[in-house]
Design a protein around this ligand. Structure first.
Ligand SMILES: [Zn+2]
Length: 177
């Protein structure tokens, strides 16, 4: 990645929103880079079939991991977090910040997972095949809308607590047409 591209990324960063994961490189470039400007807590844990790397370009965040020997990464400017394939991870901004995510073009399955706020077990997970042509945020919107609509699917199988619905409007994502 050259310096000029990074400057483009900073310019583009002014226009992107929470977890938008907007592709910033030409379509054939592998790995592709995805840009977001995050203020709100990511409303699910993301699960990627392939390894992914997140870098913090501005601001600060904590990335919480599941099913991993590492529980979390504190992210400040310039930090990189390597997330092994299949590891659920959630970005929690501690201040507004721009992140870049590296993903291979052949990214395969991606999922959104939710955990019980009471007993911590996985409540629900939806998966889809990553698309290099469609905005990632459209898939996030669909997964969250589906989760919100399914009260039974939000009910913890262990303790019976109902996971609160997600305030989807706050994220400003458009569902896939
Ligand atoms: Zn529970």
């Amino acid at each position: 990645m050259n310096r000029r591209r990074m400057l483009h990324a900073f310019k583009a960063a002014k226009e992107v929103g929470d977890y938008e994961d907007a592709a910033v490189l030409q379509e054939a470039v592998d790995p592709q880079l995805y840009l977001s400007r995050n203020r709100l807590t990511q409303p699910f844990h993301l699960v990627c079939a392939k390894d992914t790397v997140i870098t913090q370009l501005s601001g600060a965040a904590r990335i919480t991991l599941r099913d991993s020997s590492v529980n979390s990464f504190g992210m400040t400017i310039g930090d990189m977090a390597y997330i092994p394939a299949g590891t659920p991870h959630q970005i929690v901004p501690t201040e507004e910040g721009v992140c870049l995510r590296y993903m291979p073009l052949d990214a395969g399955l991606v999922g959104a997972a939710w955990y019980c706020p009471g007993c911590d077990v996985e409540v629900q997970r939806y998966e889809w095949t990553h698309s290099n042509d469609l905005p990632a945020a459209g898939f996030y919107a669909e997964a969250c809308a589906r989760f919100n609509a399914d009260q039974q699917g939000r009910t913890c199988g262990k303790c019976g607590s109902v996971h609160p619905a997600i305030d989807l409007a706050a994220y400003g994502w458009k569902e896939q047409g």
